[in-house]
Write a protein that binds this ligand. Structure first.
Ligand SMILES: [Ca+2]
Length: 483
């Protein structure tokens, strides 16, 4: 009996070491430009920085399709949108297919998701789910909890972490956990927590260099956009308290914080340039206030892990469904293969493995499912299309790691963005916009033109690069079963 117990203890301890817990913190539309660990000029994120300090920060994590629901489906399946079926936000996710949480459960993990889901069909593969309906609301959210609607009062970013902690407290402690804690924030419309309404009140946030981009150096596609800070943003300044259906207490607190007399107002006689600047300040302050609540709540989770002796055996991963335009090129929103929306944050803290370094390899959200599975010691199915990041995390990037990356976008006309696809490598980017009435190519040299202001497509001095990337694009489309 004694020996059996010893053996059991031994088995459990081996399992615990072999199968660390995974806490996957995922946000919506969180741009690297607003994370200080990524060198943000406009925001301090001490808790994300704390994660990066002992983690690995990926400088070039690219999404395969820069929009919400499709990115989430890629994370779950390790497959591109054209194979997992979630091409646009309008599609409904086929939860019957193979997913990482199902495989993690088979590998012995307890699986849970709390927060934003956004895939229409009910979550599958989770022992526990409590998710926002659709986009969810910033205040007083309804969480569909294992099939039942449960109403909560408070600020959603806080509530997602309250619920995450509640689940951690009550989980089956005999198993390792795979927990996805997913925020609505900082998705638009940007409604900050009441405690952050006055943050930046007296500040002027620096503008991005390309705020007044005129798109003259590119093809037609960029000028067809409908994500202009000047033209398409509107003024939702006073909408928060109405759209959020505040409780009387929240309403009182809101009126206490909100001081319209301190604000510069949009005036009828402003020039377009002045209006753009006004909208930018309005937008960026509310966006960053939403990020502030995310950062504070990352801190709460890290504290919880510390206080409960979980930090050493829990891998914490921070990422977002894609990047976002914080005024660059005059835009908000995402979708484009251009850098700000192609890139997404990825920070992984793995105690005993990562040591506060940065990685510049091309990695992707297509690699996440494979990474989860390798961490769990499970076999990565051959039909997944990415590659586990575990060797990179251990500081040993394989010699045959990808040097190029394929991108695709299908939500034709959403925010004025035409369907396109393309290929990137460490320096160049070749794009084909192909949609109703549009058939154009663009080529960028990111070393000479990091802001992608001038396409060099069909220029004689880029003929060889263009040809090489064209061949690579065809090759990737075949390998990835696009054609
Ligand atoms: Ca998103």
């Amino acid at each position: 009996m004694h020996r059996c117990l010893l053996l059991l203890c031994f088995t459990l301890s081996v399992r615990a070491a072999d199968q660390p817990n995974i806490l996957f913190i995922f946000t919506d539309d969180h741009a690297t430009q607003s994370i200080s660990a990524y060198g943000s000029k406009i925001m301090k994120t001490p808790h994300l920085d704390r994660l990066a300090k002992k983690g690995m920060l990926f400088k070039r994590c690219l999404v395969s399709n820069s929009i919400c629901a499709p990115s989430r489906a890629v994370v779950l399946t390790g497959k591109y949108s054209h194979l997992n079926g979630q091409r646009t936000n309008k599609d409904t996710f086929d939860g019957g297919q193979q997913t990482a949480p199902k495989l993690m459960r088979k590998a012995g993990y307890q699986t849970a998701i709390v927060g934003k889901w956004h895939l229409k069909s009910a979550p599958t593969g989770f022992d526990h789910y409590e998710v926002l309906k659709g986009q969810g609301s910033y205040y007083n959210p309804m969480l569909i909890t294992n099939g039942k609607n449960v109403k909560h009062t408070g600020y959603t970013t806080d509530i997602v972490v309250d619920r995450t902690i509640e689940w951690l407290d009550k989980r089956d402690k005999s198993k390792p956990f795979f927990l996805m804690s997913q925020h609505k924030a900082p998705h638009g419309r940007w409604e900050p927590a009441l405690r952050h309404l006055t943050m930046f009140e007296n500040d002027t946030i620096p503008e991005p260099e390309t705020l007044f981009d005129d798109y003259q150096g590119r093809g037609t596609a960029a000028s067809l956009h409908k994500m202009g800070i000047l033209q398409h943003m509107g003024d939702h300044r006073l909408m928060i308290k109405y759209s959020s259906k505040f409780t009387p207490e929240q309403l009182e607190a809101f009126d206490g914080y909100y001081r319209p007399k301190n604000e510069a107002f949009l005036k009828a006689d402003m020039t377009d340039r002045e209006r753009t600047k006004w909208h930018y300040q309005r937008y960026i302050k509310n966006y960053l206030r939403c990020v502030k609540a995310v950062d504070e709540n990352v801190g709460r989770l890290l504290d919880y892990l510390d206080e409960n002796g979980l930090s050493e055996n829990t891998i914490v991963i921070y990422s977002s469904d894609q990047g976002f335009y914080l005024g660059e090129h005059g835009w908000f929103d995402k979708r484009w293969i251009y850098e700000e929306s192609l890139r997404t944050p990825l920070i992984v803290r793995w105690p005993g493995v990562t040591t506060g370094t940065q990685n510049r390899d091309i990695v992707s959200n297509v690699d996440f499912a494979e990474m989860f599975l390798e961490i769990a010691g499970a076999t990565v199915p051959g039909d997944m299309q990415g590659r586990s990041l575990v060797p990179l995390l251990k500081g040993r990037t394989p010699a045959d790691w990808r040097k190029t990356f394929y991108y695709e976008y299908f939500e034709s006309g959403g925010h004025g963005v035409s369907n396109h696809y393309g290929v990137v490598d460490s320096r160049y980017k070749l794009i084909h916009f192909k949609d109703k009435g549009l058939d154009e190519w663009e080529l960028y040299d990111l070393k000479k033109d990091p802001q992608e202001l001038t396409s060099v497509y069909d220029r004689t001095d880029y003929r060889r690069v263009q040809k090489r990337l064209g061949v690579e694009l065809s090759k990737l489309r075949k390998e990835l079963k696009v054609e």
